[in-house]
Design a protein around this ligand. Structure first.
Ligand SMILES: NCc1[nH]cc(CCC(=O)O)c1CC(=O)O
Length: 311
């Protein structure tokens, strides 16, 4: 029997996603023995500093990639929204699974939605994207940092540290916590993170046997839509340090992509939308990114902590 080992982070959500991929692989390949290799990443350990400051999203991948390079694992399972736009050399994405609910969730033990919050209410989220959209809708809210895994964040809400928090619906649903969703925040009023709700599988580029095993798990629609979103993000120099949101869906045989860039301090949002053909998701991503840059997104992207200017 052939063995395939899955490197995964150890949060409940990461383990659920890795188990899900393991089950899918076993179902497709009767001859395959699939095992999990759980590990801790630096991104999981450092909870007291902003992600952008300690090295960004790549921190959640590094240890998993080292395990693959050292032959301790064959693939790594990720939430695609946590995967940097450009992978480390030597790695590739072998499959994007069918996307789950891409919406964000408004979670509160007292209030039903953003409009229902009293003036000055405390909302917990460390995501600049969520903060920027909250500020634009409700400049009066007090936005407070909140990091950690899904369970930790819910516990801090329940402890009374916040009036409400924002999390991804997909993560809550996977953990059997959909009952905590007080309201769904969704397009066109609210735009999720690029690739939110999609699980991706990374492998060593050139490992043909693994590539072939992963191929049946790829969902073409989800790969196209997240491909458009990620191309937009890449063109905008997307990183943790600038609020960028994007959502693509299929419409009448084509793709429709909405992109949004926020100004962390000023509370302004730029928004652009375009339609493209099914077979050119990256081109559509670039079109929407250009539209945002023409509206002045470059200024936002260059803001404090915004990194290098977008060309
Ligand atoms: N940032 C962490 C993260 N990465 C993926 C998810 C949820 C699952 C998904 O979007 O696929 C979450 C939690 C959250 O934002 O609430």
């Amino acid at each position: 029997m052939k063995l395939l080992r899955i490197a995964t982070r150890q949060s409940a959500l990461a383990l659920w996603q890795a188990e899900h991929v393991a089950a899918r692989l076993r179902a497709v390949h009767a001859d395959l023995q699939v095992e999990l290799v759980p590990m801790t990443t630096r991104g999981d350990q450092i909870l007291d500093r902003p992600l952008a400051e300690i090295g960004g999203k790549g921190l959640f991948l590094k240890e998993l990639e080292v395990a693959m390079l050292e032959g301790r694992a064959d693939i790594a399972v990720h939430s695609l929204k946590d995967v940097p736009m450009e992978l480390e050399p030597g790695f590739a994405l072998g499959a994007v699974l069918e996307r789950a609910d891409a919406a964000d969730a408004f979670i509160s033990n007292r209030y039903r939605g953003i409009a229902d919050l009293p003036p000055g209410a405390r909302v917990g989220t460390s995501s600049l994207r969520r903060q920027a959209q909250l500020r634009a809708l409700r400049p009066d809210l007090e936005l407070l940092d909140l990091r950690g895994n899904v369970g930790t964040r819910l516990a801090r809400l329940d402890a009374g540290n916040y009036d409400a928090i924002i999390l991804a619906c997909a993560g809550l649903e996977r953990l059997g916590l959909a009952g905590r969703i007080a309201g769904r925040l969704q397009p066109p009023d609210w735009i999720p993170a690029v690739a939110q709700g999609a699980i991706a599988i990374e492998y060593r580029a050139g490992d043909r046997a693994t590539q072939q095993r992963l191929a049946p798990l790829n969902d073409a629609d989800s790969a196209r839509c997240t491909g458009a979103e990620r191309a937009m993000n890449l063109r905008l120099h997307g990183s943790c340090s600038v609020p960028i949101a994007g959502y693509c869906r299929e419409i009448e045989g084509g793709l429709e992509l909405t992109g949004l860039v926020g100004d962390v301090s000023g509370g302004r949002l730029l928004r652009a939308e375009a339609v493209g053909s099914l077979d050119q998701p990256e081109a559509l991503g670039n079109v929407v990114a250009e539209m945002l840059l023409q509206q002045g997104a470059g200024q936002f992207l260059r803001g404090p902590g915004g990194g290098s200017p977008a060309p």
